[in-house]
Ligand binder design. Structure first.
Ligand SMILES: [Zn+2]
Length: 192
């Protein structure tokens, strides 16, 4: 089922999410909602709080492989439950990011270049992905942040924060107002 997205200004995006204690039918339903919603929005990844749940789980679509032009492939959406980044390289890089909860806003953010990650799959089995260093590494770090109430705009350099401060305040205010309307505020207000 495709769920409505939570937008910037919604307190759930600032919540530290709780671990999933047991993989119940409810958790499987949420996992499917993550997959359906990220697919519907053609997203690279989506975290549970972005569809209204304060649980430590997300879905990732982007591959760590790239085509000849350097663009990442999409893979089958994979759900990560209680994910942990077990290693992050000291070396960092800058890449442009966006977020379904802050539409039409892209900016470069610095993060560790390479990571290892561990998580449970929807059957409750532990799996790991190692030496991720392209877009999938980037996407997983972005989604991990969502589980701790952190948004990519929080990781802006000082000059970027300064440059976007006013625009972001306006956006947050607009989303807060729109949140009182049921459904997707962008569609309903014709803002998209
Ligand atoms: Zn995001």
């Amino acid at each position: 089922m495709i769920k409505n997205l939570s937008y910037f200004g919604d307190p759930i995006l600032r919540t530290k999410c709780k671990p999933v204690e047991k993989i119940t039918d409810e958790i499987l339903k949420i996992a499917q909602e993550l997959v359906d919603t990220v697919t519907a929005h053609n997203g690279s990844g989506l975290a549970a709080p972005q569809i209204g749940y304060d649980l430590r789980m997300f879905v990732v679509v982007l591959s760590d492989q790239v085509d000849k032009s350097g663009n990442p492939y999409d893979e089958e959406p994979k759900v990560f439950i209680n994910p942990v980044i077990t290693r992050a390289s000291k070396e960092k890089n800058l890449k442009s990011e966006g977020c379904l909860s802050i539409p039409n806003f892209y900016e470069e953010v610095e993060r560790p270049r390479e990571i290892d990650v561990e998580a449970l799959d929807i059957n409750g089995n532990l799996f790991s992905e190692k030496k991720l260093h392209r877009w999938r590494a980037r996407c997983i770090q972005h989604e991990m942040d969502h589980l701790d109430g952190i948004l990519f705009i929080d990781r802006f350099s000082e000059p970027l924060k300064h440059r976007h401060n006013q625009a972001l305040q306006l956006l947050e205010m607009r989303f807060k107002q729109a949140r009182t309307i049921q459904g997707d505020p962008f569609k309903q207000k014709g803002l998209k």
